[in-house]
Ligand binder design. Structure first.
Ligand SMILES: Nc1ncnc2c1ncn2[C@@H]1O[C@H](COP(=O)(O)OP(=O)(O)OC[C@H]2O[C@@H]([n+]3cccc(C(=O)O)c3)[C@H](O)[C@@H]2O)[C@@H](O)[C@H]1O
Ligand SMILES: Nc1ncnc2c1ncn2[C@@H]1O[C@H](COP(=O)(O)OP(=O)(O)OP(=O)(O)O)[C@@H](O)[C@H]1O
Ligand SMILES: NC(=O)CC[C@H](N)C(=O)O
Length: 556
């Protein structure tokens, strides 16, 4: 039996559904690992099809193609190079059901397969819908070494690792598809450390990289030795193939110290998530670039900065769409922001189309007062123009509503809600301000935009306004954003009762009004573009509320 092992950790960025593209990435990672003398390469969960494949994996043509690709890959391991642990869908022979599996490919064949036991079905996950759970697994025999391969959620419980330890596993190799949220890295390490302590086994954690619709995967793979020390930490937010070196010491496997990258935290991590989420959405869906309305306000300025950092200034087109309520300050702020970001900037006045709509409607609207109808016409006209630019040049419209607005429905359906993707959908307005300041003070890792001040100070300090009527300020119809955001966080992230929010010192009438606005805006959110999840409860996959909803929290 061997007393040395070289195990490569491959954190790559697969595309859901692109089996041939993912196969090519797996081959490229294996070639790197082979050059470094690796015996075995560990990939992330379901790497062959990308995570999460959702209902696509139920399609027989799709999972059959994945299994064929796996068999082709297995045959290639007959070349004497490294073996592979590859996440893949699999049909269990005994049950005939679809499994979330990991396959050991070695010596030209599929040398073993293990199934995921705990299929998550909460928050953003819905795996029991498409896979059936595996029974308690034993280790895989790899050239005389017994490898335990619990899959992602399996290490969030005690039983799978306990079973692996009892059946003789020597090392835990864990493929993951663990999406980012601001607290996630610490949570993962917490679970991994707990399993190492209970089992006395070292653990290798490999996570997926990349954006997949509203989820973003930060990778940040790592190794824990049996004493819970961390000999190897891969960087977050980038692909990496790193070979780790293991030796058998007194009958226990120990990983030698290697690269220990710093993992970004707080605003730095959130900004990386926004950048990668938008970049992968645009690139994986093959858009040549993006277009957005740049109003001189803070939301569109932050979206423009994220887009430039994600894609490069040459792929971002900003358009100012002024009307009679647009102040000269807004125009000069938008211009200054576009200049600082180095993007193409155009002006398309909306007076003629807005007046045209008003004229057509005048006979029917005679005798009525001016209200949100006229305001929404401005927003909708901007939406129509941005969609026309998108149609003509192929660029995707970036929509710019922050989580505070999205929560209370402070946006116009088929107006400023138009667009394909919203990078700030899960950022409360107070966080928008914080991130603008962070970005002006930092050049994010991997950013394709310029350094320095990219969001002019005046955009951050002036009072927010939608400028849909004379002298309008957001604060005329909404409470101050710090108050609004605190109440929303209590209602959305924490699911608190109204009376408990009031007990924190908020006015009951205000809490009830916000609760009501939150519920009645559900229909808008159902029609809204997806956006990057960064918090513990995003609108979309995480928080799934009914539109037709008679409930109001009436307890005192
Ligand atoms: N449950 C439901 N299911 C399906 N449809 C429903 C519905 N409830 C209303 N509707 C329909 O929805 C429509 C009303 O929605 P909509 O047309 O969007 O209009 P509405 O929500 O009435 O007004 C837009 C709001 O967003 C604010 N706004 C607009 C633009 C920018 C900003 C900003 O600062 O960023 C703020 C604006 O000041 C106003 O308060 C109506 O046609 C109504 O019949
Ligand atoms: N004058 C304008 N020119 C270009 N785009 C605009 C203009 N006004 C609004 N928009 C677009 O509509 C979105 C909603 O803007 P609005 O000004 O109504 O409120 P906001 O949510 O405070 O956004 P912002 O902070 O970007 O102004 C903006 O983010 C922008 O993309
Ligand atoms: N793919 C999974 O099983 C993910 C679930 C897991 N608890 C995580 O978020 O890390």
């Amino acid at each position: 039996m061997t007393d040395h092992l070289a195990i490569a950790l491959a954190q790559i960025n697969p595309t859901v559904g692109d089996i041939q593209g993912n196969l090519a990435k797996i081959r490229a990672a294996r070639a790197v690992a082979a050059r470094e003398g690796a015996d075995l390469v560990l990939f992330s969960e379901l790497v062959l099809v990308g995570y999460p494949p959702e209902d696509l994996v139920l399609k027989p043509a799709f999972h059959r193609e994945a299994i064929e690709a796996l068999e082709t890959l297995a045959a290639e391991t007959g070349d004497g190079g490294p073996a592979l642990l590859v996440g893949t869908p699999w049909i269990s022979e005994e049950e005939g059901t679809l499994k979330n599996a990991v396959a050991l490919l070695d010596g030209g064949k599929v040398a073993g397969v293990r199934f995921k036991v705990h299929l998550p079905n909460y928050g953003v996950f819905d795996e029991p819908r498409v896979f059936s759970p595996g029974g308690m697994p034993g280790p895989l025999n790899f050239r005389g070494v017994r490898l335990g391969v619990p899959i992602c959620e399996d290490i969030w419980f005690t039983d799978v690792v306990e079973c692996l330890e009892e059946t003789g596993a020597e090392i835990l190799l864990v493929p993951n598809g663990s999406p980012f949220d601001a607290r996630k890295f610490a949570t993962r390490v917490h679970h991994a450390v707990a399993r190492v302590k209970e089992s006395g086994l070292p653990l290798v954690y490999v996570n997926q990289l990349g954006g997949q619709d509203e989820l973003v995967f930060d990778a940040a793979s790592f190794v824990l030795n049996e004493d819970c020390s961390l000999p190897v930490q891969l960087p977050a937010w980038q692909e990496a193939v790193v070979t780790t070196h293991w030796s058998l010491e007194n009958g226990r496997w120990v990983c030698a110290k290697g690269e220990r990258a710093l993992v970004e935290e707080d605003d730095e991590a959130i900004y990386q998530a926004l950048m990668l989420g938008l970049r992968d959405y645009v690139e994986k869906n093959r858009f040549p670039g993006v277009v957005l309305g740049l109003s001189g306000g803070i939301d569109s300025a932050l979206c423009a900065a994220i887009a430039v950092d994600a894609l490069g200034p040459e792929k971002v087109h900003c358009v100012m769409l002024p009307y009679k309520y647009t102040s000269s300050e807004s125009v000069s702020d938008a211009e200054a922001c576009a200049k600082a970001l180095g993007v193409r900037y155009d002006t398309v006045p909306i007076s003629a189309p807005v007046e045209g709509f008003m004229e057509s409607l005048a006979p029917m609207f005679t005798g009525t007062n001016s209200d949100t109808t006229e305001e929404n016409l401005q927003s909708r006209t901007r939406g129509v123009i941005l969609m026309a630019i998108s149609n003509k040049f192929g660029h995707m419209v970036v929509t710019t509503g922050n989580k505070s607005e999205v929560s209370v429905g402070y946006a116009t359906l088929y107006g400023d809600m138009n667009g394909g993707y919203n990078p700030i959908k899960d950022l409360y307005k107070t966080k928008v301000f914080e991130l603008c300041r962070w970005r002006n003070a930092h050049q994010p890792k991997g950013a394709r935009g310029p350094g320095g001040i990219v969001i002019p100070e005046n955009i951050i300090t002036k009072p927010p306004s939608a400028e849909l009527r004379e002298d309008q300020k957001d604060q005329d119809s909404l409470p101050p954003y710090d108050v609004l955001d605190e109440i929303l966080e209590c209602l959305v992230e924490k699911e608190m009762a109204v009376r408990d929010i009031v007990a924190l010192g908020h006015e009951r009438a205000l809490v009830k009004r916000i609760e009501h606005l939150l519920y009645i805006a559900e229909y808008k959110r159902r029609q809204a573009a997806p956006g990057v999840k960064i918090g513990v409860r995003n609108f979309g996959r995480d928080r799934r509320y009914p539109i037709t909803n008679g409930f109001r929290d009436a307890r005192d």
